[in-house]
Design a binder for this molecule. Structure first.
Ligand code: FAD
Length: 364
């Protein structure tokens, strides 16, 4: 990932607020990063990717997240699509899709439906076999990056189990409709994806027959670790802004940082950033070591980082006062973006339920 941060700084510059306001990241920015393999840096070298470790990819994700959570969200979707293809696809499918995702194309992943949010077992989308083709029918909602995507990895029911299918957004029967004015990550290209009798070659089906929740957990694992590192980025951006402001702004004859109650906010922010970093590092080490703890460590990282980011961003707003009350200010964006991180890839409550199950089943 050498040089990747400089490239991101060049491409993003000071434009994140403008992208947030207009709700769009310029296509050339996304295509440039995709063509360098940076939106899914974990794709193995043998498949045309950069072969980055989870730790290296995570630190890079945090860096992007510190600059622009919308861009980081697009990156999470691309990485999750690549990971799903890696885990469920055959060698032929790896060769077909992964070089595209590391070479300029863009992808999204669609699980959620109008009646299947936290409870993905209520999913009704079907992927039905018909000779050497499949027909996909369903309605997906809130698919991050679908507005930009060339392909959407759609999860649905397949036979007696589940499958994912790679759906080109240009295929007849696919309708992508942007979510109007999301409250945060406004330029992440969230969209609803309607699938009306979409007929595709059966070779587009990844896996097939797995239990639905097993498939969902596999795909979501990448989304969770990526969001968790993205939250570390939000916290670092908030910490930078808050300490910069507290060092320079004077009230009651001394710098804000010298007022003990403000100093406590700074201490809390630093604590949040450090806690989130440590749980993400631990989870990424589990990924890199192939540890059986990987799934639980990832849920823990997502849960802890999202809560810390939401609290940390609120704390940063408090430190900046009216300076952060302007739409588009880095801390004001962080405040809106961070709250959404508590809802997605398994809300705080759903992560808590998974962690509680784990706690109960742990040996004494
Ligand atoms: P609900 O499931 O209706 O939940 C509402 C509240 O009830 C939440 O607080 C939840 O935690 C709580 N709750 C629900 N069940 C329980 C329970 N059993 N116990 C305790 N509390 C519970 N989906 C995709 O498929 N792909 C994407 O790329 C994607 N990106 C997204 C990006 C954003 C910004 C947002 C907002 C959503 C995105 N989603 C995406 C959808 C997201 O995954 C869902 O919003 C999320 O799973 C929660 O579902 P819901 O919004 O329907 O809330």
């Amino acid at each position: 990932l050498a040089g990747a941060r400089d490239l991101v700084d060049d491409l993003v510059g000071d434009r994140a607020a403008e992208w947030d306001r207009t709700g769009l990241i310029p296509d050339d920015v996304l295509r440039t990063l995709s063509a360098r393999g940076l939106l899914c840096a974990g794709v193995p070298r043998a498949s045309g990717g950069l072969g980055a470790s989870s730790t290296a990819n995570g630190e890079f994700t945090a860096f992007v997240g510190s600059r622009c959570s919308s861009l980081r969200s697009v990156m999470t979707s691309q990485g999750m699509a690549a990971w799903t293809i890696q885990r469920l696809g055959s060698a032929r499918q790896h060769a077909e899709y992964l070089p595209k995702l590391a070479g300029g194309q863009l992808a999204a992943v669609a699980f959620s439906e109008p009646e299947a949010g936290s409870d993905l077992s209520a999913m009704t989308t079907t992927i039905e076999r018909d000779d050497d083709t499949v027909i996909v029918r369903g309605q997906k909602v809130w698919t991050t990056a679908a507005h930009y995507a060339d392909m959407v990895v759609v999860v649905g029911r397949h036979g007696s189990g589940a499958a994912a299918v790679v759906v080109p957004t240009s295929a007849p029967g696919v309708t992508v409709t942007r979510v109007a004015q999301p409250s945060g990550c406004r330029a992440a290209g969230h969209a609803d994806v309607r699938l009306d009798e979409v007929r595709l070659p059966a070779t587009a089906v990844l896996g097939g027959g797995q239990p639905l929740m097993l498939l969902v957990t596999t795909a979501l694992a990448y989304g969770r670790i990526s969001v968790a590192w993205g939250c570390v980025g939000i916290l670092r951006a908030c910490l930078d802004a808050a300490r910069g402001h507290a060092r320079t702004r004077t009230q009651f004859g001394k710098r804000l940082a010298e007022h003990q109650l403000v100093a406590r906010h700074l201490a809390n922010l630093l604590t949040s950033e450090q806690i989130a970093t440590r749980v993400c590092e631990h989870a990424s080490r589990c990924w890199d070591d192939g540890s059986p703890e990987m799934v639980v460590a990832t849920v823990l990282a997502k849960q802890v980082s999202a809560v810390q980011a939401a609290q940390g961003a609120a704390t940063a707003v408090q430190v900046l006062g009216s300076a952060a009350a302007h739409e588009g200010h880095v801390v004001e964006r962080a405040y809106r973006d961070a709250k959404l991180m508590e809802l997605i890839e398994g809300s705080t409550e759903i992560c808590q339920l998974i962690l509680a199950d784990h706690a109960v089943s742990m040996p004494a």
